[in-house]
Design a protein around this ligand. Structure first.
Ligand SMILES: *Cc1c(COP(=O)(O)O)cnc(C)c1O
Length: 324
């Protein structure tokens, strides 16, 4: 296994700067008052395609050789990586093929197509669409770009950590939504390089938490995927994990699990007190602050609000309190 070089993150910052939004880190007065911390929100909801995933995808596409650009890229996606890669590839005239399983809803398929991506629907779940992406890489000579276990993706996501410590040099705690750990590995590397005393905390749902179980077991472990409001956090880190497991294990201070009720409440509060539409995965940092003693009163907490892609029915039912 291998580690991310902080220089790679610096390189990613420079490379992607002309193409992605340098998102604001806003002080959330209402939430701060309610929770007794100084809470800052890193608004990745403002990125094109509605999530931070454009950072890693852009960093990856920009590092392809001329020959690789001509061949095109392929990935499997259950959530936000597919649209982000289609967007980034489309910007530079690179062909993008996104493998989706039969479980993926129609609006997501349309989404990838609208961004210029080619959709291949195969397999009954994410793992099967991963197998298909590997086949296509081999047979059609497409370049595979993994959703998180790829140093280009980790470094691209790490640019968020660089921006947080630039904007809030005295940050005490950074709250990072966690699935495969690309975001957490990148942000932890970036933050600890500049401000080692800051705490970096991964947050994920209390069901099907692959990285959490893997850290506990001391090695990448498999868990069953369970439905959650934080659907973008589902899926396994991979038994053949190369990049994210070790970095998360060595650099991250804590991993906190949050319940469905807390995720729903966090979505509701982000909407009611900040006017933000946030998907479940993007709200888990605030859910963690609601549910557990993450940090001392009055500390400066930066929560990465990672995405906004939630369907209207789920969002309406959640923020109106009509159940999840
Ligand atoms: C992908 C994603 C995450 C988790 O990122 P990983 O690098 O897989 O840990 C969190 N929130 C949203 C909205 C995402 O799309």
């Amino acid at each position: 296994m291998a580690k991310i070089d902080p220089c790679e993150i610096e390189g990613a910052c420079r490379r992607i700067a002309p193409h992605i939004l340098r998102t604001p880190l806003v002080h959330a007065a209402g939430l701060s008052k309610m929770l007794g911390h100084a809470i800052y929100l890193k608004l990745e909801t403002l990125q094109e395609t509605g999530s931070f995933k454009v950072r890693g995808a852009t960093n990856a596409v920009l590092q392809l050789s001329q020959a690789e650009r001509r061949r095109g890229v392929v990935t499997a996606s259950s959530g936000n990586h597919g649209p982000a890669l289609a967007w980034a590839a489309g910007k530079f005239g690179v062909r993008a093929v996104v493998c989706l399983s039969e479980m993926v809803p129609g609006n997501k398929i349309q989404n990838v197509r609208a961004l210029g991506g080619e959709v291949r629907i195969t397999g009954k779940d994410y793992d099967e669409s991963v197998q298909q992406s590997l086949r296509l890489a081999k047979e059609d000579g497409l370049v595979r770009i993994h959703a998180f276990d790829d140093p280009r993706i980790v470094a691209g996501a790490g640019s968020i950590g660089v921006e947080i410590v630039e904007d809030l040099p005295g940050v005490d705690t950074v709250l990072v939504p966690l699935s495969g750990g690309g975001l957490l590995a990148g942000v932890a590397t970036a933050v600890k390089t500049v401000r080692p005393q800051a705490r970096v905390v991964g947050v994920t749902m209390d069901r099907g938490a692959s990285m959490y179980e893997s850290i506990k077991a001391g090695q990448p472990s498999q868990v069953a995927e369970v439905p959650s409001l934080a659907d973008a956090l589902g899926g396994n880190i991979g038994l053949d994990n190369r990049w994210t497991f070790e970095t998360v294990r060595d650099l991250v201070d804590d991993i906190v699990l949050v319940s469905e009720d807390m995720i729903a409440l966090a979505m509701r509060l982000l909407f009611v007190s900040q006017g933000l539409v946030v998907e479940g995965a993007g709200a888990v940092g605030i859910a963690a602050l609601l549910g557990a003693a993450i940090s001392e009163p009055g500390e400066r907490c930066a929560a990465i609000i990672t995405g906004r892609n939630v369907d209207p029915e789920t969002f309406g039912a959640t923020v109106s309190g009509l159940g999840t």
